[in-house]
Design a protein. Structure first.
Length: 314
């Protein structure tokens, strides 16, 4: 019986290998963390030859970001499930990161449990998805976040406030005289002026801050875990940095700040900051001296205003 079954098994294995070479997906067979079979497409996707794959553990191939999905752990989780499908990152032989769509099923190899994997390279799809997410959430001129992303960031901060009760602030910046710059120097220079302010905001804000350009001459920044006085200090530094950038034409910026204190919508917080901004502009016009110009060393007045919501201060 065994003599008759051995040739049948060899024939079956040969048919499997012949078919596996024709499919468009990578196929790998694992016992534990060791690869005992790989087809040509798997070599193409991973950059390893079959012999190299036999000597390399799955832990080395899977990208550190996806190592919670190691082959051994996934096999252990299969239990009675026929298969698992997920997306993960791998590292090619050259150290390049690639995304693959992987399906893993449990099989038996000489009476021992093993895993049959099919993989498809989806790196380009992931890149396209990331580009679409960036376009959806970013301003095309400055590369900063747009209004849609800003709302999402505000909602995330209000949830965080509900957990920690730590305040966050919102600052509205207005590039002074943008229309005059456009009329005098042209719209290209005006666009560059907006990008100059965007670059200053990037350089002066933290990585956790959200900087947005919603269009026109207005920029908005959400500052997590920042009080009103802290937000005003940051805004003052941004004003000074912009006027000191030694580029032509010289630019100045006005700002208004408000702090979230427990309730209220994005529109409430934005309106409070916007009101403070126009109070600053009116003071500048009345005194014929803008705070943000080099010639002044005055401190930023607190300028308390009555916000729409009693829990908002500016």
């Amino acid at each position: 019986m065994r003599e008759r079954s051995a040739p049948a098994l060899r024939e079956s294995e040969q048919r499997f290998r012949a078919l596996a070479e024709l499919v468009a997906s990578g196929i790998l067979i694992y016992q534990g963390a060791e690869c005992c079979y790989a087809n040509r497409k798997a070599e193409e996707i991973t950059g390893y030859t079959r012999k190299q794959l036999a000597r390399v553990s799955s832990w080395e191939i899977i990208h550190p970001d996806s190592r919670d999905l190691s082959i051994e752990r996934c096999l252990a989780k299969l239990n009675n499930q026929p298969s698992q499908r997920f997306e993960l990152k791998i590292l090619t032989r050259r150290g390049e990161a690639r995304w693959v769509d992987m399906t893993l099923g449990r099989i038996e190899i000489s009476g021992e449990p093993g895993g049959l994997l099919t993989i498809n390279d989806i790196t380009q799809r992931k890149i396209t998805e990331e580009e679409l997410r960036f376009v959806a959430g970013n301003d095309p001129l400055t590369g900063l976040a747009n209004g849609r992303y800003l709302i999402d960031a505000f909602n995330a901060e209000t949830k965080r406030y509900g957990r920690t009760a730590r305040p966050f602030s919102l600052v509205v910046f207005d590039l002074d005289g943008l229309k005059k710059v456009n009329d005098t120097y042209g719209h290209l220079v005006g666009s560059r002026a907006l990008c100059r302010l965007a670059n200053v905001l990037r350089s002066q804000c933290r990585t956790i801050d959200v900087i947005a350009h919603q269009g026109g001459d207005e920029f908005t920044v959400i500052l997590p875990e920042t009080t009103l006085s802290g937000a005003q200090a940051i805004a003052k530094r941004i004003c000074e940095r912009l006027t000191d950038d030694h580029q032509h034409p010289q630019l100045s910026v006005s700002f208004g700040a408000a702090v979230y204190s427990g309730s209220g919508t994005f529109d409430d917080l934005f309106a409070a900051a916007d009101q403070a901004l126009y109070c600053m502009k009116r003071r500048s016009q009345d005194s014929e001296d803008c705070y943000c110009k080099k010639s002044t060393n005055e401190s930023v007045p607190a300028g308390h205003i009555q916000p729409r919501n009693k829990n908002l201060e500016s």
